[in-house]
Design a protein around this ligand. Structure first.
Ligand SMILES: [Fe+2]
Ligand SMILES: [Fe+2]
Length: 309
């Protein structure tokens, strides 16, 4: 049986293999091979206890949306634990909705002209995302009794088909990169229930391959756009992606979560938190990799910390 140590060593080896691939074709082939080697049955991977302890945190203390604010000092330990339960269910809920959307986008192009080199890996991507959607939804239903509804905002989009495709992949990369920041923190946090740590770890291991693919595909699509469009168009695309990133981070501040955690003015709390200086510092940290990547692509100018409209 595979122990946590051997799993960790295998994972380091996977990361080395991904780093070493210089061409996109080689990378995609390696990713497909790794997906086959690391395949698992999600229905047998997790043990689902009848209930999880309610006297401990379910989401890491420093990931709570109130961290760094006066609310942290005002809440009792019991209230903090309750908030952490709903914040984790919220995080997993918007993963469920996000995965459903990204699967639709990948399905829409999987065997289209222009996607010949990516289609093989897309099959693995879809397979893995379907597993993720299942285990996130399962957790929410079992321990939260529901999957939170997520507000859907349609930003005015672009008429050009190639820009639409680019945006679809850039948005997948943004959502996966930010979620991965949370996964990595929680999979290493001994204060959380083992099941919560394991879900975050299993997700992170699959996502490391998706992120390697996403960065390469997005960079190569951006190169094509830069050949075809004026810098002003790239600026507009960058603005769009900035707005999407801000909107994505706002999902962590769900009034429904605050209501379920017992706060009497959930919308007011959300408003205060979104403008709080400590939260801006946290956003800059959580968005670090995302900001740096899109800055390197000439699409973001500087880091994002302010996520208020
Ligand atoms: Fe995923
Ligand atoms: Fe993914």
């Amino acid at each position: 049986m595979e122990t946590a140590t051997t799993a960790g060593m295998l994972f380091q080896e996977d990361k080395r293999i991904m780093r070493e691939q210089t061409s996109i074709v080689d990378l995609l082939r390696s990713l497909s091979d790794l997906s086959v080697e690391r395949a698992y049955d999600p229905y047998r991977t997790f043990e689902w206890p009848e209930s999880l302890p309610d006297n401990c945190l379910w989401m890491s203390r420093d990931l709570l949306s109130i961290d760094g604010t006066h609310y942290m000092d005002e809440l009792s330990e019991e209230e903090l634990c309750r908030l952490s339960r709903w914040e984790l269910v919220n995080f997993f809920s918007f993963n469920v909705h996000g995965i459903r959307e990204l699967m639709q986008q990948v399905l829409a192009c999987i065997h289209n002209t222009g996607y010949e080199i990516t289609s093989e890996y897309f099959h693995h991507f879809l397979d893995e995302e379907n597993k993720h959607m299942w285990f996130f939804a399962e957790f929410c239903k079992r321990y939260g009794g529901k999957i939170y509804f997520t507000q859907k905002v349609q930003f005015p989009t672009f008429a050009e088909e190639d820009i639409q495709s680019f945006l679809a992949f850039a948005k997948i990369l943004i959502s996966e990169q930010i979620s991965d920041f949370y996964n990595v923190r929680m999979m290493n946090d001994d204060t959380l229930p083992p099941l919560v740590r394991k879900i975050n770890r299993v997700h992170h291991e699959d996502e490391s391959r998706h992120l390697a693919m996403g960065r390469r595909v997005v960079a190569s699509m951006r190169e094509e756009l830069a050949k075809k469009y004026q810098p002003e168009m790239l600026q507009k695309i960058g603005d769009y992606l900035r707005r999407y990133t801000e909107f994505f981070v706002q999902s962590f501040y769900n009034p429904g979560t605050y209501r379920d955690a017992g706060f009497s003015e959930p919308y007011e709390i959300r408003r205060v938190l979104l403008q709080h200086p400590s939260r801006k510092t946290f956003h800059a940290r959580a968005l670090g990799k995302t900001s740096r990547f899109f800055e390197s692509q000439g699409l973001f100018a500087g880091e994002i910390s302010n996520v208020c409209n």
